[in-house]
Design a protein around this ligand. Sequence first.
Ligand code: F6P
Length: 545
Amino acid sequence: MAIAVTSLTQRPSWKALSEHYQKVKDLHLRTLFAEDNQRGKRFALDAAGIYFDYSKNRLTDETIRLLLDLANSSGLRERIDAMFRGDKINVTEQRAVLHVALRAPKDQSIVVDGENVVPAVHAVLDKMANFSNRVRSGAWTGYTGKRIRSIVNIGIGGSDLGPYMAYDALKHYSDRDLTCRFVSNIDGTDFVEATHDLDPAETLFVISSKTFTTLETLTNARSARDWCVKALGSEDAVAKHFVAVSTNEKEVAKFGIDTANMFEFWDWVGGRYSYDSAIGLSLMIAIGPEQFHEMLAGFHEIDEHFRTAPFERNLPVLLGLIGIWYNNFFGAETVAILPYDQYLGRLPSYLQQLDMESNGKHVDLEGNTVNYQTGPIIWGQPGTNGQHAFYQLIHQGTKLIPADFIGFNHSLNPIGRHHDLLMANFFAQTEALAFGKTSQEVAADGVPAFQVPHRTFEGNHPTNTILFERLTPNTLGKIIALYEHKVFVQGTIWNINSFDQWGVELGKVLANRIIPELESAEAPKLSHDSSTNTLIQRYRAARGK
Ligand code: F6P
């Protein structure tokens, strides 16, 4: 663990990769496949219910060997053990990083500060299950005695993206008599549009905030309380229509939610790693406790795979290392996440926070500025929609964009030929990206000469194919754990703290300074730069101040 990683680029394993890159950077996937007719099978892994085909990447056996050396020389094994042991690897906040404890079976023991945290995790899961069942059965009613029909989760970042993504992903398994909505933006439109057709007497608000101090969430929660109290005519309604999910009992009580209706989690769960904690309460109400536990089992299966599988057959390790190969040696700046499943429409947004908030860091664990690239830009959209929007640039633009294609053998909505057509597009895209179409092939099709360059596909665009049987709660848990640990692998190699997020603080502080300047009747001091001062003045003038 105590490897001086400011010297990452000076390490023999890094230098070996740099030299190797010079040798293989121009190798074409056409050649690699032509030279090895088993490549599609050799560079693939069937483990933990996931088929991972990484053959359509610009790498050789030697690349993998060198990347594995890099992982070993980065102390990856020790870091994995340290995380699972509950060591305080989030050094800047002096916290353990134990999202893996959220899906640990009851009989496992994970000790933080002398206490086994697994019983507390299961106690909260039981409390969530009990509450979810009461809402789902109608035993829990609103203030007027009406059954709860709508759940509105109010949260932002990790307290929104996870439950929202997972609710969409698992809609097929949800109780269709319940409406679930998610409000995150401080823009009042979000709250108004989410609630405009809801009956306050039938609506339950789940206020989700790790800190319970987040401006957006508390502002939306206050508006929700006003909306509810105004409609139901009494402050007493709050107890029946509001529950909280938080680590901060004091602030929950201060807000006016009975702490008996609070679902706890802990400072060793990062916000972006939290949707399998109580932050998933709205999801559990929607899909029921059994399905939620199925999802946790999927997470746990990948945790165990990650903890125990040798690195050369370890899915998150390989996914992470391949990412490093493009990010740090090919200079790729982004990674596209392309799920071929409509239910996974919010997966790219979710992974954006997971990856970019975790690994968007410019100093290493010792506080030294790094002299290498860290986290990539994550983006994407479900296929096939993306094909008709941005794939053009991936195929024929000037940038190298590695992409993860995620798909399923079986559809949850098997109508007509849809699924075969969907998956034909999936396979066709990874084939086209890898092999392209040469100018000779284009000309041989009889294409007029002036069009040939425009219709030529260079190919050699790398993709990972990640295939599952079908989208289930269990599968979703696997997908998320896979990416959580991929982020961990990369953060370890870059020697950065993937578990803090100081980069979001400055904007929050400055916004708090500007709020009174927009709201006060008196002219503000105008203590900002000339651009910000002018913007504030113009805004105030437009608002009649
Ligand atoms: O602003 C970033 C952040 O701190 C995220 O890391 C977190 O997921 C989000 O805000 C919400 O925080 P909280 O759950 O404390 O309201």
